[in-house]
Design a protein around this ligand. Structure first.
Ligand SMILES: [Zn+2]
Length: 155
């Protein structure tokens, strides 16, 4: 997957437009805290293609953040939920990967969540609610959630 690392609302909008076109308006989002990233790396090492794709976009995101030597709000990624600036000295606590709802998505938008927001929401499910609310209010006004299929291992 090619990733977009939006630094502001305009670049988030253009990244979402790209995956909107790819998925005919149906997105999927996955959230990973640091424990989830460890599981991803393990699944990728075991040969899981989807995990490998997520690892690739997260690796790029972390490279971008680590390359920022100072917290420059105009040039660094910001927390999706507040204005925390990510740079070498402040890394995300969780990641939101948005992509078209396809078996093999071609591109993704990666958003990061800071430690303070992560802790404030207490758990990944609570955080997910806040993320969906934020995306709906800021970028995808008509965002609707489709419940995931109940049976695991869908085709
Ligand atoms: Zn935050």
């Amino acid at each position: 997957m090619t990733d977009h690392n939006p630094r502001d609302r305009a670049s988030l909008q253009s990244g979402l437009e790209a995956i909107h076109a790819e998925g005919a308006g149906v997105y999927e989002h996955q959230m990973f805290n640091l424990a989830g990233v460890v599981e991803l790396v393990e699944a990728a090492a075991a040969g899981n293609e989807r995990a490998r794709a997520y690892c690739s976009v997260l690796q790029h995101t972390l490279r971008v953040i680590t390359a920022s030597a100072t917290p420059d709000r105009n040039d660094c990624m910001l927390c999706l939920l507040c204005d925390t600036v990510f740079w070498r000295g402040c890394r995300p606590e969780a990641f939101v990967v948005l992509h078209a709802h396809r078996d093999v998505p071609k591109q993704a938008v990666v958003q990061c969540i800071c430690r303070r927001c992560y802790i404030a929401h207490g758990s990944l499910p609570n955080l997910k609610g806040a993320v969906v609310k934020k995306l709906r209010s800021d970028v995808i006004g008509d965002l609707r959630e489709i419940p995931p299929p109940s049976a695991p291992g869908r085709a």
